[in-house]
Design a binder for this molecule. Structure first.
Ligand SMILES: [Zn+2]
Length: 265
């Protein structure tokens, strides 16, 4: 059975930008894996770090259950996600366990360092999937099949310098939007936190609006998630697009983006 893994920084990041794609893969017979690198201990103004860790772990496990995804526990705390060798070895073990041929992760450019560091860790952990001389912690056997890395859209659909990020491809999440919403709703503790920290009246409504905005960008789908595909060198033998193969008509390549890549803009 083919397998995909979502590696994101914080509990609820997957539900904002990637859960719809995971659900569609699941419906097509894929094994799906769910990993938040951080415990989410800073995402609260009412709980102590220890309680926030506990509450958010339970919420994330519940969300993974709603998505029918294999849950992988976090590795560290908020704002402590660094591109260091220990984190890389531990994440390499998770990728090897998943045997994933699709790795979904953050945009290389995003509004906060945890997201960007998670992206770097996920990319290199994927790179080591077939590299037996790189030691994972705990030791896990490597695998030889191709891996393709896809980057989600950044928060607010722009980079940290406010530049717009345009998706290279769109996934039609309309049919699974209700389950995506239910999985996000499992992160109950985030209603108060996102209200205080980001002025979101309702984090559920914000996710719906973001999905609708990406759908509008596609000019094709009501709700959508957007992706940019990583260069295949070192990951796969050729320039493949397994999301296109798996999702068929629910996947739409942005031809203008591809043309701009070729022009080097
Ligand atoms: Zn986050």
């Amino acid at each position: 059975m083919p397998s995909a893994i979502a590696i994101f920084a914080h509990p609820d990041d997957i539900e904002f930008v990637a859960a719809g794609t995971l659900l569609l893969l699941k419906q097509r017979g894929w094994n799906i894996h769910y990993m938040n690198v951080s415990a989410g201990n800073c995402g609260s103004v009412e709980f102590s770090p220890a309680k926030a860790r506990r509450v958010r772990l339970a919420e994330a496990k519940e969300a993974a259950k709603i998505l029918s995804a294999h849950f992988h526990p976090p590795l560290c705390d908020d704002l402590e996600i660094f591109y260091d060798i220990k984190s890389l070895r531990r994440l390499s073990a998770v990728v090897r366990e998943s045997r994933a041929s699709i790795v979904l992760t953050h945009s290389p450019q995003d509004y906060m360092e945890d997201h960007m560091n998670t992206c770097r860790l996920a990319v290199t952990a994927a790179f080591t999937h077939g590299m037996p001389n790189f030691r994972s912690i705990p030791p896990r056997s490597t695998y030889a099949h191709d891996v393709t890395v896809y980057h989600a859209l950044p928060h607010g659909l722009c980079d940290p310098l406010r530049r717009r990020i345009i998706p290279g491809a769109f996934v039609n999440t309309t049919a699974v939007q209700a389950i995506k919403l239910k999985a996000l709703a499992a992160h109950k503790s985030q209603q108060g936190w996102l209200d205080v920290s980001q002025g979101m009246n309702s984090y559920l409504a914000s996710m719906q609006e973001m999905s609708r905005a990406v759908g509008r960008l596609s000019k094709k789908f009501k709700f959508a998630e957007g992706w940019r595909r990583h260069l295949h060198y070192g990951f796969a033998g050729s320039d493949i697009d397994p999301l296109a193969d798996a999702l068929g008509k629910d996947y739409f390549v942005n031809k203008a983006y591809e043309a701009a890549l070729q022009r080097g803009l």
